[in-house]
Design a protein around this ligand. Structure first.
Ligand SMILES: Nc1ncnc2c1ncn2[C@@H]1O[C@H](COP(=O)(O)OP(=O)(O)OP(=O)(O)O)[C@@H](O)[C@H]1O
Ligand SMILES: CCCC(=O)O
Length: 369
């Protein structure tokens, strides 16, 4: 019998680009990164105002490739800064659209993913989904305690790629993801290290708002007392400090670039500061992996290293040298987010999973304040 083809449009909006793909079941038939001119993008006051502009860019790209959208079965977007929810595939509903439009937990390009998916799908009378948004929250109550009662630890991380890579490795290991303990380390512009216990990310650093290792452009955890003194020094506005931590922190703050390839060239040319800072980034990543090992009580089936920085062989070696005593290290460079979006939608279209309703019940599981 011939296999039924589900044609799925997937949309992953980033800060300066929108990545799109068309999949026939889990096979990619078209992928494109639509780059947006920085000047054009920055002309919009808020990320949400870019909606029409990005939608037109997507439809024009599909049209110029001869992709007939009337053949689509579903549209799936990367989810944004929503309320904390457990991992999985969610139908886009009114409540989600309201939170995405309002930027419930802040402004992030991925807030546009669900909105774009919904708007394109509703015109075609087909379903729209999001999969594993950055706010996936499967933290154990103990992981939410920060030590400072007014502030709770929150889960903001590369959930989509972390879960997709974890599932891929589980397949390679011949075991269900739900029966493995994995430490997944995503190293891109931001860096997040997740402790995956039996298919749930029970602890992870908040890679967006100042937690964990520093990264190419984010500061990660910084000494709190010194940060407070800097904030009240009278020299900076709030937005300036936020930018210094997220966007201009990490490698950018020390070395003036977020490009690890350039940093590697600087090191090759004898730049000692670049070497120290780059080694420190590997050192902090290794420390975070070590603490995820403690979260999993040392029972770790594998440590996975992924994201753009995982292409850097010396950088990965520097990390591995410190943590390979915990478990085997499996390196999966780059990210597979378009494929992960398509697979998430496909599991629902094939009836292998039910689409979850947003926001579900997660908020009742948050830790005591
Ligand atoms: N071959 C390589 N060797 C070393 N570093 C690399 C290589 N290729 C890419 N990188 C680095 O990876 C980083 C970007 O990673 P990636 O593309 O995963 O980030 P992003 O998608 O922009 O952000 P995020 O993953 O946080 O959403 C950059 O610092 C880049 O220089
Ligand atoms: C940490 C959440 C994803 C991102 O890097 O923006």
């Amino acid at each position: 019998m011939q296999e039924h083809i589900n044609r799925i449009l997937v949309i992953n909006p980033g800060s300066t680009s929108t990545k799109i793909g068309v999949f026939d079941n889990d096979q990619s038939i078209f992928e494109k990164t639509i780059r947006h001119d920085t000047e054009q993008i920055s002309a919009f006051e808020q990320i949400i105002d870019q909606y029409e502009f990005r939608k037109n860019a997507i439809l024009e790209s599909l049209d110029s490739e001869g992709m007939n959208i009337s053949k689509l079965s579903a549209v799936c977007g990367r989810g944004g800064l929503l309320r904390p929810i457990e991992g999985g595939t969610y139908s886009v509903n009114d409540e989600m659209l309201k939170d995405l439009r309002a930027g419930f937990a802040g402004q992030h390009a991925s807030n546009l993913g669900g909105i774009l998916a919904f708007e394109i799908a509703s015109g075609l009378n087909i379903p729209s989904f999001i999969v594993d948004p950055v706010v996936v929250d499967e933290l154990e109550p103990i992981a939410k305690i920060s030590g400072f009662s007014p502030i709770e630890r929150t889960s903001i991380f590369h959930a989509l790629n972390q879960k997709a890579v974890a599932r891929r490795v589980a397949k390679e290991l011949g075991k269900p993801y739900e029966q493995l303990n994995l430490i997944v380390t995503h190293m891109g512009g931001g860096i997040t290290v997740g402790a995956h216990k039996n298919g749930r990310v029970i602890d992870v650093n908040n890679g967006l708002h100042g937690d964990g290792p520093f990264s190419p452009e984010r500061a990660g955890t910084v000494p709190a007392g010194d940060l407070i003194s800097l904030c009240y020094s009278g020299s900076y506005y709030r937005e300036e400090v936020m930018k210094m931590l997220v966007g201009q922190g990490g490698l950018v703050g020390y070395l003036g670039t977020n490009d690890a390839i350039k940093v590697e060239d600087m090191i090759k040319n004898g730049d000692e500061k670049a070497k120290l800072v780059y080694d420190a980034m590997a050192y902090q990543v290794a420390k975070e992996i070590g603490s995820a090992g403690a979260v999993l009580s040392g029972k770790v089936d594998a440590i996975i290293i992924t994201g753009g920085l995982a292409y850097g062989k010396d950088f990965v070696k520097e990390i591995s040298n410190r943590i390979s005593w915990i478990a085997d290290v499996i390196v999966k460079p780059g990210e597979n987010e378009l494929q992960a979006l398509a697979e998430g939608a496909l599991r629902v279209l094939r009836g292998e999973e039910r689409a979850k309703d947003y926001p579900g019940t997660i908020s009742s599981r948050t830790a005591v304040k």
